[in-house]
Design a binder for this molecule. Sequence first.
Ligand SMILES: [Zn+2]
Length: 125
Amino acid sequence: MSLDARSRARLKGVHPRLAAVTERAAEITPVGFIVTEGLRTRARQAALVKAGASRTLNSRHLTGHAIDVAAVVDGKVRWDWPLYPRIADAFRRAAAEQGTALIWGGDWPRLRDGPHFELDRKAFP
Ligand SMILES: [Zn+2]
């Protein structure tokens, strides 16, 4: 598998190391995915916070250090939780191959965010 054109377009403005991990993850993932969002404007982030869809105005999406994905099964977007750790595993393997410090939102103890991946602030401030 490889990333579709729309997903690739949504990687515009995303940090090249995160884009590279995403490309590689798409090749090795057992569960297909699309990129739903990369770089986000301040206005959009503020709207998401207002709507309760995000808790922070300091999102990694604002700087191109985060992406969101959606699982795709048989051509349909799926939000079933069990699909996301399998996608995350592909991202983890891709990040390890490339020596990129990556964080999965699904590992957060509070406000678990399965579709979200970001570069580790410690390595990529
Ligand atoms: Zn996100």
